[in-house]
Design a protein around this ligand. Structure first.
Ligand SMILES: [Zn+2]
Length: 109
């Protein structure tokens, strides 16, 4: 389910997923298939990790990578969940063929 909230977004971020919702900054973004696919990949990751552990792992990985790179944006881009979502967001069939815990492949790259 897609919701629109204009005022929850920081800087250039325009979408986020909070299972079972995708939250967008603007109504027009509903037509952005790549963005919606990216967020749907996150919803799948959240579901397979039973939601709460996803957020704990996501934030832990972000904090560790921030310490590693001393760059919070680069840390965000390299979180395994984001790497998987960015790598496959243009593939509209990805979720049909994705293996469970597909993000693990992106943990060590
Ligand atoms: Zn993402």
């Amino acid at each position: 389910m897609i919701l629109v909230f204009k005022h929850v977004f920081y800087k250039n971020y325009v979408g986020l997923s909070l299972w079972p919702f995708i939250i967008l900054k603007e109504d027009s973004l509903k037509d952005d298939e790549v963005l919606i696919n990216h967020e749907r990949i996150h919803l799948r990751q959240q579901r397979e990790l039973l939601i709460l552990p996803f957020y704990i792992l996501y934030i832990s990985e972000w904090l560790l990578r921030t310490l590693l790179y001393l760059d919070s944006y680069r840390a965000y881009q390299n979180i395994s969940f984001e790497r998987e979502a960015y790598a496959h967001e243009k593939d509209m069939q990805y979720l049909e063929k994705r293996k469970t815990f597909g993000f693990l492949r992106y943990l060590t790259r």
